[in-house]
Design a protein around this ligand. Structure first.
Ligand code: NAD
Ligand code: DAU
Length: 352
């Protein structure tokens, strides 16, 4: 039997997952990195073109909601560790179709936990199940305060309720079966390869196409933004150095009201596209609010900083510039993901 460390990364063809896979493949040539992904609308193997031929990388198309398939794949690859990112991740879609979020985020997670448990329950040594979660499980903040690891769960959307439920199951498997786990709860990510249904890439795409920029409600909602590559660095660190049974919050120390962020994005896009000042801002349109819209998220990331030495390395200005650059230089990627099904989603969500 081989002594090679095998890590199974779920959702590796998605936005954050693809950055995690790339870093792990580059940083650990001796590991076997398996990317397990169902390739839903959000999964895209083009995100990983540059590393797909690496010797230590393997892609496996699989659906975490299929328990028999998970059991078979776990027996086949015998992963020492799982980094679990596969999920339905968009709040607006969860409002339209909550069941899909229960299926993938709750049942899918349980299937992985069961398969991992069945494989290693006689000897957990050197094994780890790392569950990637969100700050949305904590609900909403008022004008002040920060989410810490001890903030009570209080989810408000079907998406965050499904993520909260999956976090609880991971913890419960730790308590009940001794399954070695670690959980991180992160704030809003942005950067290359994000599907253009989320605020920043949606607005970049709409500015390119001169479509309206639909700001929900009055735009005075606050999010804490983190450059995706900094999140991937944190995930590598937590996988290798985090303590079993612990939760770590990850955030950007970078709060923005949506409307202020959108105005900065508009200015940078005008410059990048050599359009006159104010051109993109004139596309801002205030639209009906998201139901159950959380007012403010902000993360206290001092635990991961203190215990593991992590902090964000990319400033928001730099990260946004890099992100805009990436979308403008990857118009093929953008065209490919915004054709077909995307158009029907867009029309249903925002009207034609
Ligand atoms: P994403 O939607 O871009 O990617 C999700 C990936 O999971 C896709 O590749 C998709 O094909 C895959 N997937 C979906 N259902 C699957 C299934 N049934 N079986 C196998 N694969 C499946 O999501 P993301 O933004 O990269 O988020 C990744 C994880 O990080 C999620 O768990 C999300 O809750 C969490 N998270 C995201 C953010 C953020 O700002 N994007 C912040 C904090 C936490
Ligand atoms: O906080 C972490 C979470 O961040 C992750 O767990 C989720 O997977 C991720 O999607 C993200 O959730 P948000 O709902 O915060 O992200 P989104 O980009 O959808 O929206 C950001 C803010 O912008 C939010 O206040 C809603 C607003 N918004 C969004 C869209 C898509 C608009 O005003 N107009 C829009 O068209």
């Amino acid at each position: 039997m081989s002594n090679q460390t095998t890590i199974l990364i779920t959702g590796g063809a998605g936005f954050i997952g693809s950055h995690v896979v790339r870093q792990m493949v580059a940083n650990y040539p001796d590991y076997k990195i398996i990317n397990l992904d169902a390739l839903t609308y959000a999964g895209n193997l083009e995100n990983l073109r540059d590393i797909e031929d690496s010797d230590n990388y393997l892609f496996e198309k699989g659906d975490i909601t299929d328990s028999a398939q998970m059991e078979r794949l776990f027996n086949q690859y015998r992963p020492d560790g799982v980094i679990h990112l596969a999920a339905e991740s968009h709040v607006d879609r969860s409002i339209e179709n909550p069941n899909a979020f229960v299926e993938t985020n709750v049942m899918g997670t349980i299937n992985l936990l069961n398969a991992f448990r069945a494989l290693w329950q006689d000897n957990w040594e050197g094994k780890r199940f790392y569950h990637i979660s969100t700050d949305e499980v904590y609900g909403t903040l008022g004008e002040t305060g920060l989410f810490t690891e001890t903030t009570a769960y209080d989810p408000n959307s079907p998406y965050s309720a499904s993520k909260a439920a999956s976090d609880h199951f991971v913890r419960a498997y730790g308590e009940t079966y001794g399954l070695p786990y670690v959980i991180t709860n992160c704030s809003n990510n942005y950067g290359p390869n994000q599907f253009p249904e989320k605020l920043i890439p949606l607005f970049i795409n709409n500015i390119i196409e001169r479509r309206p920029l639909p700001v929900y409600g009055d735009g005075n909602y606050t999010r804490d933004w983190l450059y995706v590559i900094d999140h991937a660095v944190a995930i590598d660190l937590v996988y290798h150095q985090g303590k079993n049974g612990e939760t770590y919050n990850i955030g950007g120390f970078n709060e923005w009201k949506n409307i202020d962020l959108v105005k900065i994005l508009c200015k940078q896009m005008d410059l990048a596209l050599s359009r006159s000042e104010g051109d993109s801002e004139s596309l801002i349109t205030f639209v009906k609010d998201r139901p159950g819209h959380d007012k403010r998220y902000a993360i206290d990331a001092s635990k991961i900083n203190r215990e593991l030495g992590w902090k964000p390395s990319v400033t928001f200005e730099e990260g946004l510039a890099r992100t805009i650059d990436w979308y403008l230089n990857n118009d093929e990627w953008l065209k490919n993901v915004t054709s077909g099904a995307y158009q029907s989603y867009y029309d249903a969500m925002y009207g034609k």
